[in-house]
Design a protein around this ligand. Structure first.
Ligand SMILES: N[C@@H](CCC(=O)N[C@@H](CS)C(=O)NCC(=O)O)C(=O)O
Length: 341
């Protein structure tokens, strides 16, 4: 397996610019010194539900981003059809990107003068265990939907009429459209196609059920649907506060594991950026100070049972310093050039 320039087929990275976990490999590509044409980038519009299309589901049956499709090295000759393997977890993708561009490989290829290729995977077993535990910690939340949460019925109402409402409507309609297309093709003679469409219909029904609590709050609001959604918003923010506490006690500084940037920092960067963005939309006045916006956001009555001592910061001193360190990376400036997301 390789990521390389011609004559081999290129790996393809499917991402969406404003997707939380897609930003992890985008940061990794820059930190590792990959050049623009080392692999092919394909944008999938999550906000329009493009990830529900049969074409994307063929690449990743989970319908999530990011996905890295890599050619298998043993089939990259001219005499055989190239076969591909899809990596469908941001953790596995950045581990692959990390090992595919190393200083040692560049030296072997005689490319000593190209950009440096720092190792992002910790060298020790202990370092790797800590790195993995931090990555698992931030992946344990459902933060892709933190941007849809609301602290009150009034906020939910305003969001329903704004960008969040449009996001939910588009994805809802995309699910129904793809399901209708699969149903329309069911009548054909070919049993293989029929089985494929049956699987697609099942996938769309299951996805719809998973998203139903969001559709219930945003598209067909009922008093019960709205209260369940607001209770879920409290649960999500409570989880965020717990995780921030764990980050504070775990990170070493200046980076998560010490002096060197590692894979853990990439995952923590995007998670923190999403938490801050989600808070800043409630506190537009403090848009320049991400931490102040978050501190203010959680002091709203909706979390009164959780934030019982409002004088105590939820972002600790180590995390504040850490966020400054992360923001100072050129890779950060590049992936968030159009604003945090
Ligand atoms: N564990 C996966 C999570 C991937 C994931 O959930 N990605 C979100 C975007 S950030 C997604 O594609 N969601 C699909 C959807 O919302 O329909 C990873 O780390 O790559």
């Amino acid at each position: 397996m390789s990521i390389s320039s011609s004559p081999f087929p290129k790996a393809i990275l499917y991402t969406y610019e404003r997707s939380l976990w897609s930003t992890v490999p985008r940061l990794a590509l820059i930190e590792k010194g990959y050049s623009k044409d080392d692999l092919e980038m394909r944008e999938v519009d999550l906000a329009a539900g493009e990830n529900f299309s049969p074409a994307i589901l063929r690449v990743n049956s989970k319908g999530t981003l990011p996905v890295l499709v890599v050619p298998l090295a043993e089939t990259t000759g001219t005499e055989v059809d190239t076969k591909f393997r899809a990596l469908t977890e941001s953790k596995a993708i950045v581990e692959f990107l990390d090992s595919s561009r190393s200083q040692q490989l560049l030296d072997i290829k005689g490319e000593e003068n190209s950009k440096p290729a720092p190792v992002l995977q910790p060298a020790t077993i202990e370092g790797k265990a800590l790195c993995d535990s931090l990555i698992d910690l931030v992946h344990s939340t459902i933060t892709p939907f933190l941007l849809l949460t609301a602290r009150s019925e009034q906020e939910l109402d305003a969001q329903r009429k704004g960008r969040q409402g449009e996001f939910c409507r588009n994805r809802h309609d995309a699910l129904l459209k793809f399901k209708a297309e699969a149903q329309a093709s069911m009548g054909g003679e070919n049993p293989r196609t029929a089985a494929m469409n049956e699987n697609l219909i099942k996938w769309y029904d299951e996805k719809y059920q998973k998203m139903k609590h969001i559709f219930d709050a945003y598209l067909t609001p009922t008093p019960d649907g709205v209260s369940a959604f607001l209770a879920d918003s409290v649960a999500q923010w409570t989880q965020v506060i717990t995780i921030l506490g764990k980050i504070e006690t775990t990170i070493a500084g200046p980076y998560a594991l010490g002096d060197q940037i590692s894979l853990a920092d990439l995952h923590l960067t995007v998670w923190l950026a999403r938490v801050f963005t989600s808070a800043m939309r409630f506190e537009p006045d403090s848009s320049q100070d991400q931490i102040a916006a978050l501190e203010k956001c959680v002091r709203h009555p909706f979390l009164a049972a959780v934030v019982t001592d409002p004088s105590r910061s939820i972002v600790g001193p180590k995390t504040r310093q850490y966020w400054e360190t992360l923001k100072s990376r050129p890779a950060f400036a590049e992936v968030y050039a159009n604003g945090l997301h």
